[in-house]
Design a protein around this ligand. Structure first.
Ligand SMILES: Cc1ncc(COP(=O)(O)O)c(C=O)c1O
Length: 459
């Protein structure tokens, strides 16, 4: 059995279709890009019914048709209009490295882009930095905070190396204590996540770091509650790893009320590689209130503008890290504009609905013998689904073979993760599936059918 083909015809008027997919810029140009393509145009009909909408969205992607790519959690895929625009921006910069065609505005060239994109995430323009990726944002914050020996950082036992690596440096170099708290894998209520942090806070706690959606199981943590009920009342700043939310979830940083939030542009947001965003709340004024004993509370060692931070403000300081990849950042903003045109809330609903279908189909097909690690409690679900069909959850070799055969023999591309359910327990392994806006119900059901078929062969 192979992955199903994508549909190839459209009931949309040609003009609408070309506009939506950005193909208008390419029409009639044969191989490639026109010398002078217009700015990317995402004119979109909000009255389009869901079926038509998702069909057209699907056609905006150039993903290979003989496989189904379901590992957006690692990286996404640029849609056609973004690809086309990115190529044009690269060409512009190559042709005119000094002025870049005058299309990025005045120095430091990112202001217009940030003004476009910040409101989409519930942020002000002076709070949003266009970074390289989540790792970049996490390292910028963890490397910048003025932490000292004896300070304590609370985090979870399901963090990515993007957090763990800079945290390990802080422990070794600065003498900071990093406590990896055990978060529940099978929670009965959202309160359990909040209580993990509430019960661990001490006078030494200087920072709380956690993933909004963990990459291990796809659990969505109640970020706003952790900030508002635990961190803020205790005067503790928060740094959230949002690698999996940007482009999947309709985010509002002001509502979450965190101090720092690092996310990826290249994963669920489907921007170019090495793009991301970093939210820095209100020029770190609250950080100064929380940390009156640290002067300065924050350093930016890789910024060319750090000595002038009071003059420029933190957005400009953190944005100006040597020379930038201006085409990539601009193409990321185009991807964000496309998401806005579709509707971020509508995208989130679609991702959640495909993910719910995936979980339901796994339960119906595999029954009680499979372990579903992703929580299904409302508010804790995401577009990631982690499960293991085999009875020996510690057998990573079999699961790796399963993942590879699923790709080679059935055409479905997913990944595996490993983690401890309880800290004291042995490590277990899971298959991790990403469902996104370019998938449909047939992709999800086809995947589950393929996994069941393969499981019969391997059990
Ligand atoms: C939770 C989490 N944080 C950070 C990262 C790193 O993301 P990036 O490649 O954007 O730095 C990943 C990547 O998979 C992740 O899953």
């Amino acid at each position: 059995m192979s992955a199903k083909n994508h549909p190839s015809d459209s009931s949309l008027p040609r003009r609408d279709f070309l506009k939506f997919t950005g193909l208008a810029a390419l029409a009639g140009t044969g191989l490639g890009l026109p010398e002078e393509a217009p700015a990317t145009d995402f004119e979109f009909r909000h009255h389009w019914p869901d079926r038509l909408l998702w069909k057209m969205v699907r056609r905006a992607f150039v993903l290979e048709r003989d496989t189904v790519y379901m590992n957006i959690g690692t990286t996404g895929s640029m849609p056609r209009p973004v690809l086309a625009a990115y190529a044009r921006y690269n060409r512009l910069v190559a042709a005119d490295p000094w002025d870049m065609g005058g299309e990025w505005g005045p120095w430091p060239y990112m202001s217009g882009l940030v003004e476009t994109v910040a409101p989409q995430f519930g942020a002000d323009a002076h709070e949003l930095v266009l970074t390289r990726n989540t790792t970049d944002g996490m390292c910028t914050v963890l490397g910048g905070l003025n932490l000292q020996p004896g300070d304590e950082i609370l985090t979870t036992h399901h963090e990515h190396v993007a957090a763990l690596s800079p945290l390990a440096v802080l422990a070794q170099r600065q003498g900071v204590t990093v406590r990896q708290l055990e978060i529940p894998v099978f929670p009965d209520s959202e309160d359990e996540y909040v209580d993990v942090f509430r019960n661990a806070v001490s006078p030494a706690t200087r920072l709380i770091v956690f993933s909004h959606i963990t990459y291990k199981t796809g659990a969505m943590l109640p970020a706003q509650r952790i900030c508002q009920e635990v961190a803020i009342p205790n005067g503790i700043p928060t740094l959230i790893d949002g690698a999996h939310t940007v482009g999947m979830v309709d985010l509002d940083f002001h509502a979450i009320d965190c101090d720092f939030y690092a996310g990826s542009g290249h994963k669920w947001q489907c921007g170019p590689g090495a793009t991301g965003i970093l939210y820095v709340r209100d020029n770190m004024t609250r950080l100064q209130d929380f940390w009156p004993d640290r002067d300065p509370p924050f350093f930016a060692i890789n910024s060319s503008l750090y000595p002038y931070r009071r003059f420029f403000g933190w957005q400009t300081v953190l944005q100006y890290v040597g020379h930038d990849n201006y085409p990539a950042k601009r193409a990321l903003v185009d991807a964000c504009r496309m998401w806005e045109a579709i509707g971020r809330e509508r995208i989130e609903r679609r991702v959640q609905s495909l993910s719910a279908l995936c979980k339901e189909a796994i339960r119906d097909t595999f029954g009680a013998q499979a372990t579903l690690f992703s929580p299904e409690l409302p508010g804790t679900t995401s577009g990631l689904t982690a499960f293991n069909p085999f009875s020996d959850l510690t057998d990573g070799t079999t699961l790796t073979t399963f993942r590879d055969r699923l790709r080679e023999e059935y055409g479905y591309i997913i990944r595996t993760t490993d983690f401890h359910v309880a800290l004291a327990d042995p490590e277990v392994h899971a298959l991790r599936i990403s469902t996104h806006l370019f998938h449909d119900e047939d992709d999800v059901l086809g995947l589950v059918e393929a996994m069941w078929d393969l499981f019969q062969d391997m059990r």
